[in-house]
Design a protein around this ligand. Structure first.
Ligand code: MG
Length: 453
């Protein structure tokens, strides 16, 4: 007898034949046997003699229906009609991600089994020897999410089911209120409250403070840098944020949860002092008060304020979260999921957070594609330690390119419940909106010094 054959004398092939015919005798008679129950658990594509599904092509699709560069990966397979899509959006350097996918990752992936997502992630992660860069991480994310999409389609289930099923009915989301004055910001907050949102992020000035100087910056007068470079005055910013909170609280009441993003634009001790001044307005969280270079300040920040902190939007590697999560130095995980390599690594960070009561707050602005927003939503539904989800409302143009975009009702985000990731791309429509190269992140102080976001 071959090692793989059950001792009952029914060969694996015979057993599978009976099981797959679904006859009552087969089901009632054979499923009772522990040996055959074991047999049913190993019915992988290999065991049933069906050829494994292989990757035949990794394709990059770049599009900008709302102006922001979006990159989508389409993984095509040996199964006719079966493909997956994933978000690989590094909006500031989109062309380099496209090149990484077309010139390197297509060759790397073609011929590999679509089933082995973890193996694909681990091997792709070290495939360029040097790693941890945003270009490759985004390329890997596109492939990772596409493989999850394929697995969901094969299982006939939305991805969140494969991650453990729902932990909640829907995904609580925050909207963005911004304006030139605190009063304009308060008006925006009220508008979203009227729509049912329970959480609103408030920002005064472009990029939450950029351009809010009272006078023309000196570097422009001196012809330093480029005329189009943005500017921010740290002193003006720090003065205005508590005033904005005060006006919004007075106008909109105590029930609405208020969030704010510092965008790492001020010095660490200034950030700590400003957050202490915001305590009286009990923010839901203050986001990214420290740049990645200044993470050692987290301990000082934590020791000086009880305001919840969200951090990590600029992190590239899941290991960057480890120590500060274990030490409970922050409360919400800001991850741009494609930036760290997709659903597979994001799930690891999310699950680690459960042990330390650190919650998720995935990055989800307009420079995350609808596919990426859906990836956020699948994890949001599945993990216990979900916190909040950043929202984006897709334009009609974007919805002509992407079908199945997440929707919002009463402050909740809902994802399309179709098998897989639930979002698809219309390549013909996508081609109408070519991406561009004008995406630079230059913010200066008054004297011209570069500010690190
Ligand atoms: Mg942010």
């Amino acid at each position: 007898m071959k090692k793989s054959e059950p001792k009952s004398g029914v060969s694996r092939r015979d057993a599978m034949k009976i099981i797959t015919t679904g006859s009552a005798a087969g089901i009632l008679g054979l499923f009772g046997s522990p040996l055959l129950r074991a047999e049913t658990r190993v019915t992988s594509s290999y065991a049933t003699g069906v050829a494994p599904i292989k990757i035949t092509k990794v394709k990059a699709i770049a599009t900008a229906p709302e102006g922001a560069n979006l990159v989508i990966v389409k993984v095509e397979t040996s199964e006719p009609g079966l493909y997956g899509v994933g978000c690989a959006t590094f909006t500031q350097r989109a062309f380099t991600v496209v090149t990484a996918l077309e010139k390197y990752m297509n060759d790397f992936c073609v011929g590999k089994d679509v089933d082995n997502i973890e193996d694909m992630w681990q091997s792709a992660y070290v495939s360029s020897y040097w790693r941890n860069g945003p270009v490759m991480n985004n390329a890997i994310s596109g492939i990772d999410q596409a493989l999850w999409d394929i697995k969901g389609k094969r299982a006939n289930m939305p991805i969140y089911q494969l991650l453990g099923g729902k932990s909640r009915i829907a995904v609580d989301a925050y909207a963005h209120a911004s304006g030139a004055t605190p009063e304009a910001v308060a008006e925006g907050v009220q508008k979203y409250m009227d729509q049912g949102f329970r959480h609103v992020r408030i920002q005064q000035g472009g990029y939450g403070g950029v351009g809010t100087m009272e006078t023309q910056p000196d570097f422009k007068e001196a012809g330093f840098g480029m005329e189009r470079d943005s500017f921010s005055d740290q002193h003006t910013y720090m003065k205005r944020v508590p005033v904005m909170f005060d006006v919004v609280r007075k106008r909109c009441g105590e029930d609405i949860e208020l969030l704010h993003d510092v965008h790492e634009l001020i010095d660490p001790m200034d950030a700590i002092n400003m957050i202490k001044r915001l305590e009286q307005y009990h923010p839901y969280f203050i986001e990214d008060p420290l740049s990645p270079e200044n993470m050692k300040w987290l301990k000082t920040l934590r020791a000086n304020t009880t305001v919840p902190i969200a951090i990590g939007e600029l992190f590239n590697n899941i290991n960057e979260f480890r120590d500060s999560m274990v030490d409970q130095l922050f409360d919400y995980i800001r991850i741009h999921i494609s930036e760290i390599g997709g659903i597979t690594p994001a799930m690891k960070v999310a699950r680690l957070g459960e042990w330390f009561n650190v919650k998720t707050a995935w990055h989800g602005p307009g420079d995350t594609s609808p596919v990426g927003h859906a990836a956020n939503g699948h994890i949001d539904l599945a993990v216990w330690n979900f916190g909040i989800q950043e929202s984006h409302f897709w334009s009609d143009k974007a919805q002509e390119v992407f079908s199945g975009c997440p929707t919002y009702k009463n402050g909740y985000m809902y994802i399309n419940e179709a098998p897989g990731i639930g979002v698809d791309i219309n390549e013909k429509e996508a081609a109408k909106y070519p991406i561009g190269t004008k995406s630079n992140w230059t913010v200066r102080k008054s004297d011209g010094t570069i500010l690190k976001p």
